[in-house]
Design a protein around this ligand. Sequence first.
Ligand code: SF4
Length: 225
Amino acid sequence: MSGYGNLQKIRDGKRTFAITPHIPGGFVLPETLIKIAEVAKKYKGVLKLTSGQRILITNLKQEDLESIWEELGMEPAVRVQNSVKNVEICPANYCKRSKYPTIGLGMKLSKNFHGMELPCRTKIGVAGCKNACTSVYSKDVGVITDLDGKMFVTVGGSAGYNPRSSDIVTKGLNEKEVFNLIKVIFDYYNEEAYAGEKLGEFIDRVSIEKFREDVLEKANLKLIL
Ligand code: SF4
């Protein structure tokens, strides 16, 4: 990805940039981590572990960006702002509290939906128990594992400018049903929402009852709360 970077600061006429390589689910190989550290060191970058399970490399010069991407051999985490920008996954498979090993599902969601264009920026969170360690209730779309090992899907959360806690769409789901329901939700959101409308704003406009009724009918699922 040649030359891509976000302008961060202009200080005394000097412009500095940041980049964020794509690290699916925040799981990173030791070799990749070493490479990121080496490249950051070479170009005097400042490393920041972000709340989005990523590594931001900031304080970079524009003229170095192309070489930095080449040396990293990685893709930017975000190419289009109004898209699925992130899929955050808890380490359920390695956690004693987990009710279901949700990493596989999280990775499948990342592989299939990360980068998908939508009316507004969108985050997904996936958790293996009701502790919801990835702050799932503040994500636009969430998957949380219930006490019985089944999952429920949440929608409309936001931790940003206009905070909103999410609503549960339905409970008692298996992996396949979760995946299909999220696909239906994104298609419905793309078809019905205004450009720039956050999923939570769209739900508030049409009502959660109508939203649930429509997506559950399309996904052939029952309402269980
Ligand atoms: S959400 Fe539950 S399973 Fe996931 S890391 Fe937190 S405590 Fe563990």
